[in-house]
Design a protein around this ligand. Sequence first.
Ligand SMILES: [Zn+2]
Ligand SMILES: [Zn+2]
Length: 130
Amino acid sequence: MVTGSCLCGKVAYEIEGKVGDIIHCHCVTCRKAHGSAFSSVAAVSDDDFTLSGREYLKSFESSKGKRRFFCSNCGTQVYAKRENTQHVILRLGSLDDDPGARETKHIWLSQKASWYAIHNNLPEYAEFGN
Ligand SMILES: [Zn+2]
Ligand SMILES: [Zn+2]
């Protein structure tokens, strides 16, 4: 089992199953939401994801049908969710443990911060890298 939590600890989660491939997203909404050069994310099935402290979660619809969930007390981005999907898009900075999965690619390079240079050999995509 893999666990994670927000900075203040009021929101926490447990993952029983597999954490999907890790993707680094450089889109401007991730940059703004996380206050950082990019966000690192992976898909986790709804069935494998158990959340506590839900009453502290707030969400923001950053694009149509996609909400970003964060702790209303400390501001940690915990996960995002698209309508009509059976998985959450976990924000990996909130993990307490090694998720097992490894980084696979960079996406949304078309919106990458000009002041950040990527220093690895992962594939890079202008938008979604599917
Ligand atoms: Zn918190
Ligand atoms: Zn993004």
